[in-house]
Design a protein around this ligand. Structure first.
Ligand code: B4P
Length: 195
């Protein structure tokens, strides 16, 4: 089974590219952002707790997110996963590796989208005009999310680079250009794994 992590700052295009990648490779899409927003819209205890953090641009506590991922892995034992927006902290990365090891599996490639801060802010404010997402409408909150990413999430790339899994892809072309660059990297790694 080939599992992919799609990594990058808020607004780098993880959700956008994930839609295209799952259609191409038949992977199970696992977006922690989407899972959390579903819980919020249902008004569950977990969702109400998560909303407090999301609304101020902070990460949701690790134990909440890791619990959600663990259930999804258990519910889909024979699928390759595309992890979108997860892991976002070193604790999440270590927990994921442990869960996969237990299933005698591992991450195939860690794809990191590289986009400048000004472009991220522009994209998220633009999405906020139509998405209704409360974390996309206020520039201060967007900048807090980017600061949170720099403080807690960039270390995740360092963690995976020790296993030689990290590939940085320019996330500033058109959606199709970025997609083709991601595809090239995935195909190269899958080919290596099959040999
Ligand atoms: P997420 O839902 O993961 O989303 P995101 O980081 O906001 O955006 P993404 O990178 O997916 O951007 P998109 O493709 O949509 O996180 C939301 C919040 O949930 C977090 O802040 C956090 O609080 C919480 N959370 C989620 N996972 C967590 C975890 N593991 N641990 C703790 N907390 C967690 O693209 C953005 C916009 O750019 C779109 O409008 C798109 O159309 C546009 N765009 C995309 N590609 C483009 C391109 N190439 N050119 C121009 N525009 C482009």
């Amino acid at each position: 089974m080939f599992h992919i992590i799609l990594f990058g700052p808020p607004g780098s295009g993880k959700g956008t590219q994930s839609e295209k990648l799952i259609a191409t490779y038949g992977l199970k899409h696992l977006s922690t952002g989407d899972l959390l927003r579903t819980e919020i819209s249902k008004g569950t205890v977990l969702g109400n707790e998560a909303k407090k953090f999301i609304d101020i641009g902070q990460l949701v506590p690790d134990e909440v997110v890791i619990g959600m991922i663990s259930s999804e892995l258990d519910a889909n034992p024979d699928r390759g996963f595309l992890f979108d927006g997860f892991p976002r902290t070193q604790a999440q990365a270590e927990a994921l590796d442990k869960l996969l090891k237990f299933k005698k599996s591992e991450i195939g490639v860690f794809l990191s989208l590289d986009v400048s801060e000004e472009e991220l802010v522009r994209r998220l404010l633009n999405r906020g005009l139509t998405s209704g997402r409360t974390d996309d409408t206020n520039e201060q909150i967007i900048r807090a999310r980017i600061a949170e990413y720099k403080m807690k999430t960039t270390v995740v790339a360092d963690y995976y680079s020790q296993f030689d899994k990290v590939v940085v892809v320019n996330g500033e072309g058109t959606i199709d250009e970025v997609f083709n660059a991601l595809r090239k990297e995935i195909d190269a790694r899958r080919h290596q794994k099959l040999q």
